[in-house]
Design a protein around this ligand. Structure first.
Ligand code: GLC
Ligand code: CA
Length: 558
C-alpha cells in the first residue's frame, strides 16, 4: 500500500552539531530554521531531530530530564513551533527522537523514585536488593562506565537500580501502568502539537527478561576484567515487547497520520518482521545494524546477502524497511566502506546511489550529502562520547597500551559522525562564530557546502539528483528487487521493476576496475538500456565496458 513515509527522504539532524545561530558554540533550533532552504533544496521530505528535550546532556540529550520542554541550549518551545511551522510550510514533515527506555536521573520521576521504597514513583524504575552482598546480576553497562556494572547502589534506600547505559540514565519499568500512561500522554502532546512521528530509541529493549537472569556469555578480556558482561542481547526482543508496542500503537500511533521508525539493535530479519508487519499494528520500520554499525567490515557478498534477506520483509511479509548509510552512532561510510581520499566523490556517490535505489525509506545523515569523512583525532582528549571514552579507559586500565586502545576505537567511534557540519571554509567550517562544543574536522577547508556547490564533481548535487529522481520514479520506492551475480566479489547488480518501468543498477563497491559482466551486457543490449544516471561523466560505448573504481550507474530498460 502506498504511504507518504515509504516515499520519504528523511534528513537526520544532530542539532548540537548542525548550525549555531547565536555564537555559543552549540547548534540550535534557530540554526535549523536558517538552513531550511538548504534542506528543502536537498530534496528531504522529513526531518528527524535527535533529542532536543531538557537534559543534563551526559549522552547528548538521550538522558531526558523533562520530555515536555526544550533544552535552553537548543532554544525555546516557541522556536520549536516556528521550526515546525516553517518546515510544514515547505512540505517537510518533522519527527522527534522518542527515548522510552530510560530517563535522566535528574528527571522528577527518578528524584521521587529514589526517596523511599514506598514512593508512588518507586516502581517507575527497576530497583533490586543486593544479591549475596553484590549487584543483582552480572550485567555490564553498554558504555563501559565506571567499573562496568549495569547496577548502581543508592545509599538512601540501600538498593540497586538498573542502568543499561550511563548510571545517569536509569532504565524505566514498562511493567508499571502509571508510567505507561504518563508516557502515552506525553507522546500525544507532541503529536497534538503537530509533529509527524517518532524515531523510537532502543525500542526493542523496553521490556526486560523475566527475573533479570545473569548473562550466560562469559566476559571477554580485557574489557571484561571486572566480571561484568556487556551483553546487549539480554534486554533485546524479550517476551512482552510485541504486546507493549501493539498497545502503544493502539493508544497513540494509530490515532495520528504519523510514522514510527524503531531503533533495534540485535535484530535479524526473522525478528524484525514481527515489529513491522502491517497487520500486527506495532511500528512501521526498524533500523537494523547488520551493515552500518559493525566493527567488522562486511564484504560485498555479505552485504548482498543482507539486502536480499531484508527485501523479503518488504516483498513477502508486508512490512517495510529503512535504508541508511550512517547515523550519529556509526562511522562515516565514505571512510568505512569507501575511500575518502583518492575516490571520495566516487565512493560517496556510489554509496548514495545504492542507498537510494534499494527498497525502503531513505535516511540521510547530516553531512553525508557533502561527503563528510571520519575524523582523525590525535588523542583521547578530543573524544567526547561516552562509549569511546569508557571503552578506552577500561582497556587502558586493564593494561592495553593507550595507542593501541585508541587505534582500535578510532574507526568506529561515534564521534566520527558528530563533528560540526561543514558549511564553508571559514573558521570551524562556518558552523559557529564562537568555540564549537566539539572539535571540527580540519578538512572543512576543502569539504564544505559552498565548495560542493562549486565543484565539478559534487556529492551534494548528486544527492539532489537522487532525491529528485525518487519523486519522479515510483520504481525507486515501490519496485520489486532482484539481484544478479550474487557471488560476484566486487559488483552489486540488481533490477527494480514497477508498473511499466524497469531499472538495472550496477555498482562497483571497490576501487578496482572491472569489465562489464557478459550477462549484464546482454540484458542491456536486449532491453535497450539507456543510462539514466552515473557518477562518471564520460560513459561512452567504449568506456561503458569498463566499470571503474566505485562506479555506479542506473540504466532504464525498455
Ligand atoms: C541509542 C542512541 C544513542 C544513545 C543510546 C542511549 O542507541 O542512538 O546515541 O547513546 O540509544 O539512549
Ligand atoms: Ca547556539
Amino acid at each position: 500500500m502506498k504511504k507518504w513515509w515509504k516515499e520519504a527522504v528523511v534528513y537526520q539532524i544532530y542539532t548540537k552539531s548542525f548550525y549555531d545561530s547565536n555564537g555559543d558554540g552549540i547548534g540550535d533550533l534557530r540554526g535549523i530554521v536558517q538552513k531550511l532552504d538548504y534542506i528543502q533544496k536537498l530534496g528531504a521530505t522529513v526531518i528527524w531531530l535527535n533529542p532536543i528535550y531538557q537534559s543534563p546532556d551526559v549522552d547528548n540529550g538521550y538522558d531526558i530530564s523533562d520530555y515536555q520542554s526544550i533544552d535552553p541550549r537548543y532554544g525555546t518551545l516557541d522556536d520549536f513551533k516556528e521550526l515546525l511551522e516553517k518546515a510544514h510550510a515547505r512540505g517537510i514533515r518533522l519527527i522527534m527522537d522518542m527515548v522510552l527506555n530510560h530517563t535522566s536521573d535528574e528527571h522528577k520521576w527518578f528524584q521521587e523514585s529514589k526517596k523511599s521504597k514506598g514512593n508512588p514513583y518507586r516502581d517507575y524504575y527497576i530497583w533490586r536488593p543486593a544479591k549475596n552482598g553484590k549487584e543483582p546480576n552480572n550485567w555490564g553497562n553498554y558504555f563501559y562506565e565506571g567499573r562496568g556494572s549495569a547496577w548502581e547502589f543508592d545509599e538512601t534506600t540501600q538498593e540497586y537500580y538498573l542502568h543499561n547505559y550511563s548510571k545517569k540514565m536509569p532504565d524505566l519499568n514498562w511493567g508499571n501502568p502509571n508510567m505507561k500512561e504518563d508516557m502515552c500522554r506525553m507522546m500525544r502532546w507532541w503529536l497534538d502539537l503537530g509533529v509527524d512521528g517518532f524515531r523510537m530509541d532502543a525500542v526493542n529493549r523496553l521490556v526486560k527478561p523475566k527475573g533479570l537472569p545473569d548473562s550466560p556469555n562469559p566476559p571477554t578480556p580485557p574489557v571484561g576484567i571486572y566480571g561484568y558482561v556487556v551483553d546487549r542481547t539480554m534486554c533485546a526482543n524479550c517476551p512482552g515487547i510485541h504486546e507493549l508496542l501493539h498497545e502503544l500503537n493502539q493508544e497513540v500511533f494509530q490515532k495520528y497520520d504519523m510514522m514510527v521508525v524503531g531503533e533495534t539493535g540485535n535484530v535479524d530479519t526473522a525478528i524484525a518482521i514481527d515489529y513491522v508487519k502491517e497487520e500486527r499494528e506495532e511500528i512501521n520500520m526498524v533500523f537494523h545494524f547488520e551493515i552500518a554499525k559493525n566493527p567488522v567490515l562486511k564484504t560485498v557478498v555479505e552485504i548482498k546477502e543482507i539486502e536480499r534477506r531484508w527485501n523479503h520483509v518488504v516483498m513477502e511479509q508486508n512490512g517495510w524497511i529503512t535504508q541508511y548509510l550512517s547515523n550519529h552512532d556509526t562511522p562515516r561510510q565514505v571512510s568505512f566502506f569507501g575511500n575518502d581520499k583518492e575516490y571520495r566523490y566516487e565512493s560517496a556517490t556510489m554509496l548514495g546511489l545504492l542507498m537510494h535505489t534499494h527498497p525502503g525509506t531513505v535516511y540521510i545523515y547530516q553531512g553525508e550529502e557533502i561527503g563528510m569523512t571520519n575524523v582523525d583525532f590525535p588523542s583521547i582528549e578530543y573524544y567526547n562520547e561516552k562509549y569511546t571514552v569508557g571503552k578506552y579507559e577500561t582497556m587502558v586500565e586493564s593494561g592495553v597500551d593507550p595507542e593501541t586502545a585508541l587505534n582500535s576505537l578510532k574507526h568506529t567511534s561515534r564521534d566520527n559522525d558528530r563533528t560540526p557540519m561543514q558549511w564553508d571554509d571559514s573558521d570551524n567550517g562556518g558552523f559557529t562564530t564562537g568555540t564549537p562544543w566539539m572539535h571540527s574536522n580540519p578538512n572543512y577547508v576543502d569539504i564544505n557546502v559552498v565548495r560542493e556547490e562549486e565543484r565539478e564533481h559534487s556529492v551534494l548535487r548528486f544527492y539532489r539528483t537522487l532525491t529528485s529522481l525518487r519523486k519522479e520514479h515510483p520504481v525507486m520506492v515501490y519496485g520489486d528487487y532482484h539481484q544478479m551475480l550474487e557471488d560476484d566479489e566486487d559488483l552489486i547488480v540488481y533490477l527494480r521493476q514497477y508498473e511499466k518501468e524497469t531499472w538495472l543498477v550496477i555498482c562497483n563497491f571497490y576501487g578496482n576496475e572491472r569489465s562489464m559482466p557478459q550477462k549484464v551486457q546482454e540484458i542491456l543490449d536486449q532491453e535497450h538500456g539507456t543510462l539514466l544516471l552515473g557518477n562518471y561523466d564520460d560513459v561512452t560505448n567504449e568506456t561503458a565496458e569498463q566499470i571503474r573504481p566505485y562506479e555506479a550507474r542506473i540504466y532504464q530498460l525498455s
